[in-house]
Design a protein around this ligand. Structure first.
Ligand SMILES: [Zn+2]
Length: 148
């Protein structure tokens, strides 16, 4: 049995980090509660003010990146606490408008994730590496258990 972090794991972290940077940490929380705690989509849709359709879309993308539901569950359990510690850079100020505190541009609310993904790729990569490093170093045994 070998320890490995594959490109799917990196893609998963980047996908979730973009959401948190864009101020959509609630979406990460909802996916976590759905996949890890098996809370139903209708409960979560209500709790987080999103549609069941959106939640299903996020869940599907997470499972695609990890390769299986079992692996998604294990990785989310391990990674989500680190991911939710990331501070958003998109600040919402109403009327469908938001502001990026990183580049100081105005951003449409509907384009928040696009903005982060396209303009702050380097930042997303740095945070992804930092999270991987944090997860790997003190808990190697536990990580091995999750990633085999
Ligand atoms: Zn920006």
């Amino acid at each position: 049995m070998t320890t490995y972090i594959d490109s799917g794991t990196e893609k998963l972290i980047k996908y979730l980090v973009v959401k948190v940077l864009a101020g959509h940490g609630y979406a990460v929380q909802a996916v976590y509660e759905h996949i890890v705690n098996e809370v139903s989509p209708s409960v979560l849709a209500h709790r987080y003010g999103m549609s069941k359709h959106q939640l299903r879309g996020y869940t599907q993308r997470v499972i695609e990146k990890t390769g299986s539901e079992w692996r998604a569950k294990a990785l989310l359990r391990l990674l989500t606490p680190y991911i939710l510690r990331v501070k958003p850079i998109i600040i919402f100020y109403g009327n469908g408008k938001a502001y990026c505190s990183y580049c100081r541009e105005e951003v449409l609310v509907a384009k928040a994730e696009d903005h982060v993904r396209r303009k702050h790729k380097d930042l997303v990569n740095v945070i992804m590496r930092k999270i991987l490093h944090e997860v790997m170093s003190p808990r190697r045994v536990e990580v091995r258990q999750y990633l085999v």
